[in-house]
Design a protein around this ligand. Structure first.
Ligand code: UDX
Length: 437
């Protein structure tokens, strides 16, 4: 099939490469010339495991091209809208400027019978509005909403092997040409047994925000338990293991620590609350305000614990932060709890050095006031305290005996509860976890 992918950011670049891998002829379109130049040279504009290899592989077949020219969308069977929906400045609501502009720019190039498929995370009601925009333009093109559930760091495999496919269609009916076309796009996943659910447009939009809200709630739930464990002298990691053995609860997404960040969960729950307010249903989501508050409280708690670890004052303390990305296997620092904590510590008088295997360039753009060091050993030389804030495997595997010789004082705060306290204490370290005695 011929496919155009509009928006070549995180979602679009991965989607375009994966669609070409599935055997389709794909053009990726974006207004950002630099991004298009990078992708055309098979370079990913961000770090995502496996993406550059995949770009090289599929560009070699001639099935994937990138351009800034929207006219190349003409003649595609399917046009995927993959642009970003960031949080508005000073507001909780999502900024729909890019989604609207992309759809508007696509209108002149639509042909009868092709379909437009939204993948971006949008406030419920957006798809119906965009569908009217297409209809009013006179184009005979159906719009579907097909939310994307990929996780950064696993984006390629999540896109190639999704755990479910959700298609939102105007009348919610499975029995129509547009659904068959989208089935053609995902034929290999469907043949491999991936579940496919057809819904109306608003339900499909809500599936994505509801899923992310549930995940955020699960993380904040365990972080609230971590607060209680700290007060009661209990261990949240054992608590999570025990409640997670109940398969109605499950152990995944029950890792207490410094809380969630990134380009999705924080902004999605805020946009969801804002949208509920517009719909007169704000009470239904007041709990998400608490989910957000618990999450932000983790950051403050880490700053307090670091102060305790440093003997009551942060002034002049040399603190090394291991990890800047919002999660491992990513160079994404959007709403990264690690960087927010590092900046707070520095504001309160500490001398902070941040290290990360992939995210330092992005971190330095966002927080130029912090000091960065690529080499882990150099980063922790003479540190008064270490903070492990992003659980990259290289930090999880640090040998406490080897590291002890480099630091000024062997003190570590494990912000992700991934180290073995007994091992670190045996090596002479003062170890603090979150929600652990
Ligand atoms: C999320 C959703 O998982 C994905 O389905 C959706 O498409 C986009 O948003 P992503 O933002 O890539 O994906 O990361 P995710 O793995 O969900 O982690 C989000 C944040 O939660 C990270 O900061 C992570 O460190 C944190 N987290 C995750 C926890 O603090 N504890 C956990 O148990 C799990």
């Amino acid at each position: 099939m011929r496919i155009s992918v509009i928006g070549c950011g995180y979602l679009g670049a991965v989607h375009a490469a994966c669609m070409a891998k599935l055997g389709h002829d794909v053009v990726g379109i974006d207004v950002d010339e630099h991004k298009i130049a990078e992708l055309s040279a098979a370079r990913a504009p961000f770090y995502e495991p496996g993406l550059e290899d995949l770009l090289r592989e599929v560009q070699g077949t001639g099935r994937l091209t990138f351009t800034t020219d929207m006219a190349t969308a003409r003649g595609s069977d399917v046009h995927f809208i993959c642009v970003g929906t960031p949080q508005k400045k000073e507001e909780n609501a999502a900024d729909l400027t890019y989604v609207d502009a992309a759809t508007q720019a696509l209108l002149p190039y639509l042909s009868a019978g092709d379909i437009v498929v939204g993948k971006s995370t949008v406030p419920v009601g957006t798809a119906t509005r965009l569908r009217a925009m297409i209809e009013n333009s006179g184009a005979d093109t159906e719009l579907l909403w097909n939310p994307e559930f990929l996780r950064e760091g696993h984006a390629v495999s999540d896109t190639l092997n999704p755990d479910r496919l959700v298609y939102g269609v105007f009348d919610g009916s499975e029995d129509q040409r547009a659904v068959q076309i989208l089935d053609g796009v995902y034929a290999s996943s469907l043949a491999a047994g991936t579940q496919r659910l057809v819904t109306d447009l608003p339900t499909a939009e809500l599936v994505k925000t509801a899923a992310n809200s549930f995940l955020a709630t699960k993380i904040s739930f365990i972080n609230a338990m971590a607060e209680l464990c700290e007060a009661a002298g209990a261990d949240v990691t054992l608590l999570a293991d025990a409640i997670g053995m109940d398969d109605r609860i499950g152990r995944k997404f029950l890792n207490a620590g410094i809380g969630f960040g990134g380009g999705c969960l924080p902004k999605d729950i805020r946009a969801f609350m804002a949208r509920a307010g517009e719909l007169g249903a704000d009470q239904a989501l007041t709990f998400l305000r608490e989910v957000d508050a618990i999450n932000m409280r983790r950051r403050t708690r880490v700053v307090e614990l670091t102060r305790e670890l440093c003997g009551g004052s942060l002034m002049g303390q040399r603190i090394t932060v291991l990890g800047a990305a919002f999660k491992p296997e990513s160079d994404d620092v959007r709403d990264s709890p690690a960087l927010s904590i590092a900046a707070q510590l520095q504001l309160q008088g500490a001398v902070v050095t941040v290290t990360d295997p992939k995210a330092l360039a992005n971190a330095a753009r966002r927080f130029p006031e912090l000091h960065y060091e690529e080499d882990t050993e150099r980063a922790l030389a003479n540190a008064d305290a270490l903070l492990l804030l992003t659980e990259w495997s290289e930090y999880r595997d640090i040998d406490p005996y080897d590291m002890a010789v480099h630091v000024a004082a062997p003190k570590i705060l494990d912000g992700r509860n991934v180290l073995d306290p007994a091992k670190w204490r045996a090596a002479g370290w003062t170890y603090r976890g979150l929600g652990r005695p």
